[in-house]
Design a protein. Structure first.
Length: 402
């Protein structure tokens, strides 16, 4: 372990990440030595150009986790195994031509989703959730709304019943937070996906899972099931946090106040600002060096793990010379990744439709919404990987249900 290594965890990732990433760059440069749970060493790439280099070279910086030089010291119950897996037959750890085929299968299945149908599902589920809270005059827009909306829409697109949604939400949150219930959450998700796959093989329908099963590239049921788990995890939690973080910004930043009083242009602007300044996907594991190399002045050994510091790179002063200025329509952020393993474009579109629809329904249904607590009391979930609020308490004039 490198003596100056920074623990990848702790309260500062929740309370002051911007200052933490500035200190990392000041003290360690663009590539910071970090330690994961159990004093496992890794590198956190927080430089914009360095992250572009890592994500743009899938041969030197591979997605093949078998390369990791730390597997001998990783216990079977390590809580980060759901985030950093070994021999997982999913698209996350597939490389080369096989990865391109799998990415194509997923993109085709998602691209066939009718955009009007998608928005219709998102509006209907959003209205149902607002109906459940709109008569009370107060609500937690994270726990009662944002955390429930994306998975309900995705479950419908994939082929799950509406009743299975709450269990999937709990399992996904447990898995992503990387704590004692992480492996149990992963098991629940795996069992649910396997059952859905079996159901759709017996009775195909017009849904994402059926389209993936019809793909002729020769993927096994296990591979498809693993990819569905990846799609569900990547599609739900970051989108829920995108909704929560955007609503927080609009409720606390005067620059976006117009969107709370009938304006709609600034909703998209606020959502884009969040992807730069408060992105849900803070740090992503990862890439593994296929040979000894140099990066950002650091000597990287073959098999070293590099964590993609998306938020750190987004705030790199070398590319954000005026960090106080609004980003406008600039989408050169890393929030959806970059390179061969970036989030497929159809998946980005699905997430954006769900998030924007979710935000607009709140503003339409609860027009005088306001924070119910001081802005500086809002707390974040205990995860260095994904950045989202534990709750977003608001108050408003009670309105009737639809």
């Amino acid at each position: 372990m490198i003596p100056e290594a920074v623990p990848l965890g702790g309260p500062r990732f929740q309370t002051e990440p911007a200052r933490l990433y500035r200190e990392m760059r000041r003290d360690h440069g663009a590539v910071t030595p970090v330690v994961l749970d159990g004093d496992v060493p890794a590198w956190l790439v927080v430089g914009y150009r360095e992250l572009h280099q890592v994500t743009g070279d899938p041969v030197l910086f591979s997605r093949d986790s078998d390369l990791w030089n730390q597997w001998d010291v990783i216990p079977d119950d390590w809580p980060l195994l759901p985030m950093i897996g070994r021999k997982q037959p999913s698209i996350l750890y597939t490389v080369g031509e096989r990865h391109r085929e799998r990415a194509g299968m997923i993109s085709d299945a998602l691209e066939a989703v009718d955009p009007f149908e998608l928005r219709g599902h998102a509006e209907r589920f959003a209205d149902e959730l607002i109906d459940g809270l709109c008569t009370s005059g107060e609500a937690d827009l994270v726990g009662q709304y944002a955390m429930l909306l994306p998975v309900r829409v995705l479950a419908r697109l994939y082929g799950f019943s509406d009743e299975e949604g709450p269990g999937l939400v709990t399992a996904l949150n447990d898995m992503i937070d990387g704590r004692e219930r992480a492996i149990a959450g992963q098991m629940h998700l795996a069992t649910s996906m396997a059952q859905l796959l079996a159901d759709r093989k017996a009775d195909p329908a017009d849904d994402v899972v059926s389209r993936m099963l019809q793909d002729k590239s020769g993927f096994t049921d296990e591979e498809i099931s693993q990819d569905l788990m990846v799609m569900m995890a990547a599609g739900h939690q970051p989108t829920a946090d995108w909704i929560g973080n955007s609503l927080r910004l609009m409720l606390t930043d005067d620059r976006f106040a117009a969107s709370l009083f009938g304006g709609r242009n600034s909703v998209a602007e606020a959502m884009n600002e969040v992807l730069w300044e408060d992105t849900p996907s803070q740090n992503i594991a990862g890439r593994w060096a296929s040979r000894d190399t140099q990066l950002g002045g650091r000597r990287i050994r073959a098999g070293d793990l590099l964590i993609l510091g998306l938020q750190g790179a987004n705030s790199d002063p070398q590319v954000r010379t005026d960090a106080s200025a609004l980003t406008g329509g600039n989408s050169a952020h890393f929030s959806f990744g970059h390179g061969e393993h970036r989030c497929p474009f159809p998946a980005q579109e699905v997430a954006e439709v769900i998030a924007r629809t979710g935000i607009e329904v709140v503003l339409d249904r609860l027009p005088d919404i306001d924070l119910a607590v001081p802005a500086d009391s809002l707390a974040r979930r205990p995860s260095p990987w994904l950045r989202g609020l534990t709750e977003l308490p608001v108050r408003f004039t009670p309105v009737p249900t639809l």
